[in-house]
Write a protein that binds this ligand. Structure first.
Ligand code: DI6
Ligand code: FE
Length: 388
C-alpha cells in the first residue's frame, strides 16, 4: 500500500491563507509565512480540505422529467417504442419549449442545490433541449441566471447539435443551416456561449456535420468539446482533437488511435458513469489507454433527464471507481484538477497560490472516503472564493 494519503498530495496539519477570495498560500502549518499571521484564523478541526468540486458536464436545465419512460422501459418497452409513444429526448424538448425561463430556472436550481450541497463550486451547463433558436437561447440565459442565483460559477456549452428535432426529421443538414448555426451565432452575440459541444452518433450527427458546427465555433473564437464514442465508434474524439477540443466525453467505444489523437491535442477524457449505468452499457471506457498515453481523465454527472438523472458528484466518484476501476485518487482529480482543464479554467481545481479559494471541507479522515461511500455526504463546509 502507498503511504497514507501521500499520492493525493495530502498535507497533514496543513494551513491555507486566503486573501481577496484567492489562495495566497498553502502548505504545512509549521511553515506558514509570518506575513499571514495578522489574518483572522479559523481552525477546521483537522478536517480534509480539497478544492471545491467541479462538475464539468451537465444538462441541468431542462423541462419535465422522464420517470414514465423509465417505467415503460422496465415494463419491457424498447427505446423505439418509447420514442413512438412520445417519449425520449423529443419529450424533453417539448417540455423545455413549454416551460418558460422562470420554471426552467426554478427546476434547474433544485438540481444545482443538490450539487452545491456536495461541495460543487463550478459547473458546466449545456443547451440542447430547445432545438429551436428561441429555446436554445433561453436555456443558456437560464444557465447564466443560475450563477446569479447561487454562489457557484457556471460555464456554458452550446449544444444545438444534440438531436435532430421532429420538424427536421431526416434533414440534419437543413436543421444545422436553419436553426443550429444561426442559434449559435445569436447566442454568442449575446455573450451566452463559453464553449461549443455536439453529439456525434448514429442517432444524432455525423463527424462531417459536427465539423460544420466546429468550423463556425472556430470562426467565433470559441473552444469545442464533443459527446463522442458513447454508443459506437465514429471517430468523433479524433475529429474533436483536430479542432484542439477541451474535452471529448463518454468515450466507451474509443479505440487506441482515438486515445492517441486526444493525447496529441491535450484534450481531457470526460468519463460519465451515470449514463453508462442508466443505459446498462457493458462496453467500458478505455481507462488503461488513457493512463498509458497520459490523457487526463475528468469525471462528471452528465445530469440529464434521459440517460443520467444523477445529481450527486460524490456518487459519480464512487461509480468511476467501482464500474471503471479508476482509483479514488484519479476520481478526485477528475472532479477537481482535470475537470478545470476540461472547462479551460486555470484559476481553480487545485489548492495552490493564486487560485480561487473555492474549497470543500470534509468530515473524513482520508480522501479515499470521498469515493468509497454510497449515498453519504460528508461535506462539512463549502467555501466559494468570491474574487472581486
Ligand atoms: N448523450 C446522452 O446520453 C444524452 N445526450 C447525449 O448527448 C441523452 C439525452 C436524453 O436522453 O435526454
Ligand atoms: Fe451529456
Amino acid at each position: 500500500m502507498k503511504p497514507d494519503g501521500a499520492a493525493y498530495g495530502l498535507i497533514k496539519e496543513g494551513a491555507l491563507a486566503v486573501e481577496g477570495g484567492r489562495i495566497a498560500w498553502c502548505g504545512p502549518a509549521t511553515e506558514l509565512p509570518s506575513g499571514f499571521a495578522s489574518l483572522p484564523t479559523e481552525d477546521l478541526g483537522g478536517r480534509l480540505v480539497t478544492p471545491g468540486l467541479i462538475d464539468c458536464h451537465t444538462h441541468v436545465v431542462f423541462g419535465g422529467n422522464r420517470a414514465r419512460e423509465f417505467e415503460m422501459r422496465l415494463e419491457g418497452a424498447s427505446y423505439e417504442e418509447v420514442a413512438r409513444a412520445g417519449g425520449g429526448i423529443v419529450s424533453t424538448v417539448r417540455a423545455t419549449r413549454e416551460a418558460g425561463e422562470d420554471a426552467l430556472l426554478a427546476d434547474a436550481l433544485k438540481r444545482v442545490d443538490a450539487l452545491i450541497a456536495e461541495g460543487v463550486t463550478v459547473l458546466e451547463i449545456k443547451s440542447g433541449y430547445g432545438l429551436d433558436i428561441e429555446t436554445e437561447l433561453s436555456m443558456l440565459r437560464v444557465a447564466r441566471q443560475v450563477a446569479e442565483s447561487r454562489p457557484v460559477r457556471v460555464k456554458t456549452s452550446f449544444l444545438g447539435a444534440h438531436a435532430v428535432p421532429a420538424d427536421f426529421k431526416g434533414e440534419p443538414d437543413r436543421y444545422l443551416s436553419e436553426v443550429c448555426l444561426p442559434a449559435l451565432k445569436a447566442a454568442h452575440a449575446e455573450g451566452l456561449v463559453d464553449a461549443v459541444d455536439g453529439f456525434c452518433e448514429g442517432i444524432a450527427f455525423s463527424p462531417e456535420q459536427i465539423a460544420r458546427v466546429f468550423d463556425v465555433a472556430k470562426d467565433l473564437g470559441l473552444p469545442v468539446k464533443l459527446h463522442a464514442e458513447q454508443l459506437s465508434n465514429l471517430g468523433g474524439a479524433a475529429l474533436a482533437a483536430k479542432y484542439g477540443a477541451l474535452s471529448a466525453d463518454h468515450l466507451e467505444y474509443l479505440d487506441d488511435a482515438g486515445v492517441k489523437a486526444m493525447a496529441d491535442s491535450g484534450s481531457v477524457a470526460v468519463i460519465l458513469p451515470g449514463a453508462f449505468y442508466t443505459l446498462r452499457e457493458s462496453q467500458l471506457p478505455p481507462v488503461d489507454l488513457f493512463r498509458k498515453h497520459g490523457v487526463p481523465m475528468a469525471v462528471a454527472t452528465d445530469c440529464n433527464p434521459g440517460s443520467s438523472p444523477l445529481t450527486s458528484l460524490l456518487l459519480t466518484l464512487n461509480m468511476s471507481c467501482t464500474l471503471f476501476r479508476m482509483t479514488p485518487e484519479e476520481a478526485l482529480a477528475g472532479a477537481t484538477r482535470n475537470a478545470a482543464l476540461a472547462l479551460g479554467l486555470d484559476d481553480c481545481g487545485t489548492l495552490s497560490a493564486g487560485k480561487r479559494a473555492d474549497l470543500a471541507v470534509w468530515d473524513v479522515e482520508h480522501p479515499a472516503e470521498l469515493s468509497y461511500r454510497i449515498g453519504f455526504n460528508p461535506l462539512y463546509r463549502r467555501i466559494f472564493g468570491e474574487v472581486a
